[in-house]
Design a protein around this ligand. Sequence first.
Ligand SMILES: Cc1cc2nc3c(=O)[nH]c(=O)nc-3n(C[C@H](O)[C@H](O)[C@H](O)COP(=O)(O)OP(=O)(O)OC[C@H]3O[C@@H](n4cnc5c(N)ncnc54)[C@H](O)[C@@H]3O)c2cc1C
Length: 429
Amino acid sequence: MTQTPATEHVASYYAATATAGDARPSLSGEVNCDVCVVGAGFTGISSALHLAERGYKVVVLEAARVGFGASGRNGGQIVNSYSRDMDVIEDKYGLDTARALGDMAFEGNRIIRSRIKQYAIDCDLKDGNLFAACNAKQLEGLREHQALWQRYGNRELEMLEGEALKREVTSERYVGALVDHSGGHLHPLNLVLGQAAAFEALGGIIYEQSPLLELTHGEPARLRTPGGTLVAERVVLAGNAYLQGVIPELEGKSMPCGTQIVTTEPLGERGRALLPNDMAVEDCNYLLDYYRLTGDGRLLYGGGVSYGGQDPTSIEAVIRPKLLKTFPALADVKIDYAWSGNFLMTLNRLPQFGRLNANVYYAQGYSGHGVTCSHLAGRLIAEVIEGESERFDAFAGLPHLPFPGGRLLRVPLSALGAWYYATRDRLGV
Ligand SMILES: Cc1cc2nc3c(=O)[nH]c(=O)nc-3n(C[C@H](O)[C@H](O)[C@H](O)COP(=O)(O)OP(=O)(O)OC[C@H]3O[C@@H](n4cnc5c(N)ncnc54)[C@H](O)[C@@H]3O)c2cc1C
């Protein structure tokens, strides 16, 4: 039996506390535009907003609702740089590439903060995120990480151990941590909804419940949805893990992966005791846990990866044991929300930017750390459409390979690899 695709936000804490809920119409008939953006997540809406600010007539096609995908469901952690860090980029792709990407490693974060300020977006922005080491080897890795980021210009880093660590996170699981004071956390659905509203205020149009069914390349390109056709001079594909079955060229070198989040009931003082300075935390394990307090004082806790993007039968059964391992005192706490979302993983964990044609661009595959990079992608897409291609091409030039095992075996092989690395984490080697 084929499943009908979902078309409304998942029942998450974010959807329950969204600042704007009005549905938008779907596309009907034939509409012309300068640029059609497919997908209304961070990548799509960031691109659309940057382009609208530059005077382009932009139309966004969204299969479901603005922020339906990972952008409206994620951990909300503003993590700087990329999923594979600058040392790996230096080793694998050379110093020139590393310098080009390193110059942009902290820009997505700055874009988010300037958007929030410029458009007065209410999304519970808080400063500071913390990478927590579960063993001595991870702590050593964090020291190297600090030196690396400092070399690329981030001076807002601080190593914490002992009492200083306890002042930030009162879990016994960690031997130390690296704080990035320039990072932070926020309500991601409200961030994307706020930027969508800013885009519309500039004259941009968003059609919801309007999935792209077929792209006919050409100048202009034609994009068919169930109710109509968009005729566009340029196209931006920003469907990430949710754009499956329409553009096969984008699927060969990436894999959708699921991860799950729960949110407790509001914890008040108990919550503040866990994270006294309200920073976001992610640990350094291969299969990492990530958590933070929400604007109304709940613990939002995520973790786990399902390769291929299949949802577990019970999300709470997956995440509650992780939460209790970190904070055993929360055994009596009620879980109010539990949901899942898909991100797009690449083999080298670096984002995929590129062109399918002279006038069709894409950006995807942030491999689990996409809050900042998707915002950077939007700016770079606007630049390349205006003819400034250097920064976009620094990403587009990165080589990408298919996952070993092809579509059939990539999921079990990746799970096997993850089991190996998770075992090493457990053993601290
Ligand atoms: C549970 C979870 C937790 C995460 N936590 C963090 C975190 O804390 N920090 C961090 O940095 N990153 C995190 N990430 C990753 C981050 O959320 C993503 O990298 C980022 O949001 C990707 O944005 P996007 O716009 O590219 O994709 P998405 O937000 O997935 O948006 C794609 C959009 O395209 C639409 N679409 C798909 N197909 C079509 C079509 N045919 N026609 C029209 N529209 C279409 C979808 O409906 C969707 O709205 C997390 C991801 C998940 C799933």
